[in-house]
Design a protein around this ligand. Structure first.
Ligand code: SAM
Length: 385
């Protein structure tokens, strides 16, 4: 028997980790550097607690009595355990992992926290059709694509799927061939690359759902340090599927003009980026709830980073894509005006203004591109406005 297994069975050499309102035991993980490693005997990455802080709040906001919650790629089971302890909802908790050691650790962790957790040593794709969950979390190594068809087909009506994608380079245009193969979409490096990446992912998700006569409604979307995270609802019906498809657009990388094309063969067009989801990225009611909830929660249950992120996410629905200030100013051959001044002028003209979490120097506004560029020129003294 493998050493890790014998050690674990004797419950020796496990380290205890506290996160939120739970404690978990794990084989030593701190010797592995970077954003978690698939080499770990049981995966755990403390820097991803931001995802788990938010997961708890998403469940708290949407889940109904008796919902089946599935932590699909569970490792230590920390997601299911935090949801069970912190969401305040009465849920049927399930956790799944192919790794037998993870399964043993999860059982131990459920006991430690005195929570009822059904643990499955299975391939996630075989479990979902049996369980028909209302909520499934898919925290994959790399892409979540291998699980999407099954999850989208079998999640219950109005259920929620949360995915993590760590394959950022195809999505931001560094490896466009991989993006085309994996997401049937064309990526290209742009100043708004991280928002484009999230919208490519959502465009793929919308087309996957449409195959099964289902529509989607994104409720929370964001970029982490080395991954993207998306939560979306799945809704039954051909009309909803078609409504979702109508939100797909293509982007001209030179003019940043977005438009719909009436027929799909155009996705092969090498001039255009997309298809991209052009609809909302966030449910604003959910974000208001999360902000209230963070305000009222014990600081133990969330990190400062979670708080900073949510305060920026409230701006993401202001516009489709954002203006990357250094890039715009470089093109206009002007120096960057102070942000405060830009904000004051944009608001004075009656437009909305906000910072984006996708880029430190990005601005979200509903002002059109030409007016925004004219404003920058006027502020730099190059032309009157
Ligand atoms: C990134 S880790 C999950 C981390 C965990 N969700 C957390 O927050 O700490 C991915 C896990 O998925 C498991 N896994 C990979 N492919 C699987 C499959 N097809 N079915 C079930 N589990 C799988 C791996 O064993 C690994 O434990």
């Amino acid at each position: 028997m493998d050493n890790w297994v014998t050690d674990m069975m004797n419950l020796r050499d496990l380290v205890e980790v506290a996160e939120g309102e739970v404690k978990i035991l794990l084989p030593e993980y701190r010797e592995f550097r970077g954003p978690g490693s698939s080499e770990m005997p049981v995966f755990y990455n403390p820097t991803m607690r931001i995802d788990r802080d938010l997961l708890v709040r998403v469940v708290k906001f949407y889940a109904e009595e008796g919902w089946v919650f599935l932590d699909g790629l569970a490792a230590s089971g920390i997601r299911a355990l935090r949801v069970g302890r912190e969401s305040g909802k009465n849920l049927k908790l399930h956790a799944c992992d192919l790794n037998p050691l993870a399964v043993q650790v999860m059982k131990r962790n459920a006991e430690l926290n005195d929570l009822e957790l059904a643990v499955h040593e299975r391939d996630l794709n075989s479990l979902i059709p049996e369980l028909r969950p209302n909520f499934v979390d898919i925290d994959a190594f790399g892409t979540s694509v291998p699980f999407l068809d099954v999850a989208i087909q079998y999640i219950r009506h109005k259920g929620i799927i949360a995915i993590t994608s760590t394959d950022t380079s195809p999505l931001v245009g560094t490896h466009p061939k991989v993006c085309l193969r994996r997401y049937l979409a064309r990526s290209l490096r742009t100043p708004q690359k991280h928002e484009v990446a999230v919208r490519i992912l959502l465009g793929y998700i919308a087309r996957t759902a449409a195959k099964y006569d289902r529509g989607i409604q994104p409720v929370l979307s964001y970029r982490g340090k080395h991954f993207y995270r998306i939560y979306f609802r799945v809704l039954d019906g051909i009309k909803r599927a078609e409504d979702s498809l109508r939100r797909l657009v293509y982007l001209n990388p030179r003019s940043f003009e977005a438009f719909r094309l009436s027929s799909y063969p155009y996705w092969l067009n090498h001039e255009l980026i997309g298809p991209l989801w052009s609809g909302s990225l966030e449910d604003d009611d959910l974000l208001s709830f999360i902000l209230r909830d963070l305000n009222e929660s014990s600081p133990r249950t969330f990190s400062e980073e979670t708080w900073r992120l949510v305060r920026l996410l409230v701006n993401e629905n202001i516009s489709f894509l954002f203006f990357e200030l250094p890039w715009e100013c470089k093109n206009l051959k002007i120096s960057i005006p102070p942000l405060k001044v830009i904000e004051r002028e944009v608001r004075a003209k009656g437009y909305r203004f906000g910072r984006t979490h996708f880029s430190e120097q990005g601005i979200k506004t509903d002002m059109d591109r030409e007016s925004f560029r004219n404003l920058l020129l006027a502020l730099s003294g190059k032309s009157s406005n």
